[in-house]
Design a protein around this ligand. Structure first.
Ligand SMILES: Nc1nc2c(ncn2[C@@H]2O[C@H](COP(=O)(O)OP(=O)(O)OP(=O)(O)O)[C@@H](O)[C@H]2O)c(=O)[nH]1
Ligand SMILES: [Mg+2]
Length: 288
């Protein structure tokens, strides 16, 4: 957990709420837009120095009409990623970051990032631009309309796809898919349980009782949301243009990391059904 001494959170730049951003692009107009976002992007990054700026640019454009923030979680990158994030924060007040000393897996990074998020809705996505920020509105729509509590970007429903998938990456994906289905019954109704691009009501994780392990935070969301409150929307998984994959570097560790997430998520299954937005409203559940 990053609540210990290794976790530090930046506050972005609250000093420039009114004007345009430093480079002249349109920024947030009021302090409220910075401090009370609706949507929090939770983005784990490890050595993604050249992806930070394009990520922020594309997210800003995609969420033009929304109140949003980005929380980057950097696990001790050695390529200058942290400095690049701090640069982005100076230009864009809606960017913040959590710094942890060493890589301990994406699931725990995303969960720790979530603890810092303030939006009503959270989106977990990669920071290497393989998850296209342009698809954010499609992921968010079923949450915003109240139709769903969890929306999963799928590469296997019509309209979704892998763009230029290398054969080894394909084999890993398929094997992982099978393994997850064996370990986690909540994944059976899904076309793409290995997806790392998904959006959900942030209060699903309000209890803060988890210590996620491994690499798939989605599994922890699946055990909290009944099938009728989930939706799948198509997404394209883009090729990586900058930086290098950490997944392939894990090699045999991939299986261990997947099994760890699936087993731990199954153990974290809540004993009672998470309340729907309607019952939440009556208990004043919209925390910020
Ligand atoms: N904070 C943090 N981020 C990580 C860690 N491992 C990977 N990441 C980030 O998580 C995202 C996904 O990692 P990738 O290595 O691209 O894995 P992938 O996209 O599933 O697989 P590829 O298709 O091979 O790229 C990227 O934004 C990484 O920088 C980690 O231990 N900590
Ligand atoms: Mg990737």
């Amino acid at each position: 957990m990053a609540d210990g001494p290794e976790g530090e959170l930046s506050a972005g730049d609250p000093g420039a709420p009114g004007g345009p951003t430093v480079d002249g692009r349109a920024g947030p107009r009021t302090a409220d837009e910075i401090d009370r976002p609706d949507i929090s992007l939770i983005v784990a990054v490890l050595n993604e120095v050249d992806n930070i700026e394009p990520f922020v640019d594309r997210a800003r454009r995609a969420l033009d009409r929304e109140r949003w923030e980005i929380v980057f979680i950097d696990d001790g990158s050695t390529d200058g990623t942290r400095a690049r994030i701090e640069e982005a924060e100076r230009v864009e007040a809606r960017v913040r970051h959590l710094y942890r000393n060493a890589p301990t897996g994406t699931a725990s990074a995303q969960y720790d990032g979530l603890a810092r998020a303030r939006g009503r809705f959270a989106v977990v996505m990669d920071g290497d631009l393989q998850h296209r920020p342009e698809e954010l509105p499609r992921l968010l729509a079923p949450l915003q309309s109240g139709e769903a509590d969890l929306v999963i970007g799928s590469r296997y429903v019509p309209g979704g796809r892998f763009v230029e998938r290398p054969p080894l990456r394909g084999a890993i994906s398929r094997a992982g898919d099978l393994l997850v289905r064996l370990l986690l019954p909540e994944s059976w109704s899904l076309s793409d349980p290995m997806s790392g691009y998904f959006a959900f009501r942030r209060d699903l994780f309000r209890d803060r009782s988890l210590a996620p392990v491994g690499m798939k935070f989605l599994f922890y969301a699946l055990v909290r949301v009944p099938v009728d409150r989930r939706r799948e929307v198509p997404v394209e998984f883009a090729p990586r243009r900058r930086g290098s994959s950490k997944l392939l570097g894990l090699r045999s560790g991939i299986v261990r990391a997947l099994v760890a997430s699936a087993r731990d998520a199954a153990r974290s299954r809540p004993s009672h059904r998470i309340s729907s937005p309607d019952s939440r409203a009556s208990t004043g559940g919209d925390e910020r």
